[in-house]
Write a protein that binds this ligand. Sequence first.
Ligand code: MGD
Ligand code: MGD
Ligand code: SF4
Ligand code: MO
Length: 891
Amino acid sequence: MTRTPGTTVKTTCPYCGVGCGVLATLEEGGAVTIKGDPDHPANFGRLCSKGSALGETVDLDGRLLVPEIDGSRASWDDALDLVAAKFAEAIAEHGPDSVAFYVSGQLLTEDYYVANKLMKGFIGSANIDTNSRLCMAASVAGHRRAFGSDTVPGTYEDLELADLVVLTGSNLAWCHPVLYQRIAAAKAARPEMRIVLIDPRRTMTADLADLHLPIAPDGDVSLFLGLLAHLADNGFVDEAYVAAHTSGIEQALDVARAQDLKDLAAQTGLSVTQLEQFYALWAGAEKVVTVYSQGVNQSRNGTDKVNAIINCHLATGRIGRPGMGPFSVTGQPNAMGGREVGGLANTLAAHMEIENPVHRDRVQRFWKSPVIAQKPGLKAVDLFQAMGDGRIKALWIMATNPVDSMPDAGAVEAALAACPFVVVSDIMAETDTIRHAHVKLPSLGWGEKDGTVTNSERRISRQRAFLAAPGEARADWWQMAEFGKRMGHSEAFDFAGPAAVMREYAAQTAFENNGTRDLDIGACADMDDQAYDDLQPFQWPRPARDMSISPDTRFFANGGFFTPDRLARFVAVAPPQTVPDRTGHRFTLNTGRIRDHWHTMTRTGKSARLSAHIAEPFAEIHPRDAKLLNIGTADLVRVESARGEVVVRALITDRQREGTIFVPMHWTDQWASSARVDRLVAPVVDPVSGQPALKNTTVGLSRFEASCYGFVVSRNKPAMLRADYWAMARTVAGWRAEFALAGAQADIRDLVCTLLGLDPATPLLSLADPRSGLTRYAAFDGVRLVGAFYLSDRPVSVSRNWAADQLEQDFANLSSRWQVIAGRPASDMPDKGAIVCACMNVGINDIVGAIRSGCSSVDTVATTTGAGTNCGSCKAEIRGILHEHQIIAAE
Ligand SMILES: Nc1nc2c(c(=O)[nH]1)N[C@H]1C(S)=C(S)[C@@H](COP(=O)(O)OP(=O)(O)OC[C@H]3O[C@@H](n4cnc5c(=O)[nH]c(N)nc54)[C@H](O)[C@@H]3O)O[C@H]1N2
Ligand SMILES: Nc1nc2c(c(=O)[nH]1)N[C@H]1C(S)=C(S)[C@@H](COP(=O)(O)OP(=O)(O)OC[C@H]3O[C@@H](n4cnc5c(=O)[nH]c(N)nc54)[C@H](O)[C@@H]3O)O[C@H]1N2
Ligand code: SF4
Ligand SMILES: [Mo]
């Protein structure tokens, strides 16, 4: 549904699993204004930098707007007929397991439901897997082992009510910023609240922590085993709870007690004192929540890590009561919804199990389907390996970019290139994945589509359209349903709209449930289209027999687990075996996220504001490691494994653990020459969940020997192919790019014109400074700067944001043009430096200036500069800058 300009629509942010409510207004003239929804119980009006910048990412630049077959425009009918014919052909010749869907936690529940129903109930294979395999599979498996169901027991309120919040493998400040802010506000109101961060890196989240444990990679199982033994040995076990509601504590304790503190210190890389401090804090706080994310899940023993944590909560009965519980925070906006409908290859539908014949029969009867998948399908890593072996003949990828995000990404790309038939549904015309598609299908994006998502606390919210469908783009559920009809299942896929899909799905959650399954939203099964449109955010369960919002939205305070005997299981997990490394490489590569970009940057890369915080791929390296390898500040480095290499900027920082490096996952071939970090990552998976170990790969590190380094700002998109290294980012009025050449310098004038997209005869202003080795060029068109180019034999020291701002200036005054090639502002034009606050465009130099003029707290810096006054995501960094400068001032 499209709204008239000026009306405000309540919808949900399409980024992280916090699931913030958003007020979106389409203004006259087409601009979109975004505000936090004060009534939404996830965020109460707050938004982070990414949510605040949503309005800058909904333009049609770069969008895929018409279906294509083999690169040529096609009608929807022709495209879908071809997809159906190719899938049918593969199934007829090679059986249902020769086809597959690879989908995404960024689909809406309605999209996901239709895709899952089609594959498992009508094609008869379970070869539907999702990027949630890379994200939540270990949590799902850990929950199911312990609880008998994939249940997140707690709510966000618990994070505020807790006396101790433990964050392990989670960079909440950058990845779930609104939850981080809720905890920060709770701690400000109750300073006695304690926060522990467990992460090999000292991330921005450490800003809030009373204790940071810089754990050795994958030391988590040992850490929590030690905690379990400590709890048992010091009288903290809740004997009544354990006896009434659990089984298996003895076996779990036997393993836990097998190590003493010295062993644990060796396994975790922490000191005995740090261990004791943590154990005492945990034991002493009745109200404790343990929040975990990818440092736990993305590991070769991810499921064991999850169970090691859950064991401690079960032993103390600290689960399902206000302020207590293990809390897996989900990454994607609908990671939960996808799990609920059963979108993983090893689950069935509505929290039913594929291995269970009763469940299979029930699901088949509900769907009235001709077949039902009899066994789990291929999990993501196995799926792409099977494709590499030629076993998958047709694949449909929807809302994910596996060429960038899967481990062993080079092999994934090769498998896709060799697959006989690939369909990709995306919103963007150019991604590293879609270039391998035989059929490209244009999807509706955020703001254009209608449906529901479930956030980390089981809260279902509506995403609502407020923009017209562009071009011929269509909803993902519609694409799947039309395909289903063409496969001969007209009745089963005859949905009038997303509300109809939701009604059917809600009825399935209630079907023969009667309290035997945790997930029941039967109350939504009879809702009409208007009620669907008006749906307010609510937490499940919401069974039909109870239409009011359930007063108790937590699980398991009084047991009632979903195992056959209704008891929770302790899992006797053991520390991982150390794997001998024979590669000769000596660094552990850790990967993850930065504050202002989302995954493969297809949306956040459009926003100049979000690109200003960190504009280039980088490797965080500890100063001692850098020194040993002769790597200096702003040098380029090569990171390599047996599978490939990346070239990125060195960021030398003692926040990094020695012997480890951190490279973000975001940069793709669309944004940099060679920064797809998953090309390096080995396809090692956790044996229980099949989730890949994306945070622990052995790599080599060396200085990238460049003969010269350059920086450009340009109105045109720079043509970087001639550089050996490059990375580019959007600015308000154009582009900025870093580059380097490895060999002899080419004809520089020619290089400048090629990079800036200028006619070779364009007059250029130039300046060469033999002493600094810096050569600069600038080109003007009338009073406007078209581009500026800086080249040096060392990393170029030019104020990046200042240079980018010059693209917006008026250069009627000829002498001002020289400042551009001088590469520095005139004294009356302050240089902001690197942008810290993306919302208010405040740079580090503004903040340092404010500190020098007497500001001594985050609040006074905020009042003086405006930094941190909108979304607040940068407050931790401001505190860091304050801290550094106060130390300097004190020295
Ligand atoms: N800004 C931003 N926010 C996002 C996203 C985004 O792309 N950008 N993506 C969303 C998604 S899909 C997800 S899944 C979440 C992920 O959210 P997080 O899991 O918080 O983010 P990551 O950066 O992947 O990893 C978290 C931390 O795990 C640490 N770690 C690595 N190895 C270990 C270990 O062995 N033990 C422990 N304890 N810690 C370890 C890393 O150093 C890292 O700081 O973020 C969501 N939010
Ligand atoms: N090394 C390393 N690798 C990782 C991780 C890591 O920490 N380290 N994290 C992993 C995790 S947790 C995750 S979740 C994945 C994420 O990895 P991906 O899912 O591959 O990344 P995205 O960029 O979110 O891809 C979403 C795609 O869907 C498109 N899109 C957006 N909206 C829509 C829509 O409405 N419909 C359709 N059809 N398409 C749409 C986007 O343009 C984009 O191409 O990466 C994983 N890979
Ligand atoms: S925390 Fe930020 S990215 Fe996550 S849902 Fe809220 S506004 Fe969106
Ligand atoms: Mo994720």
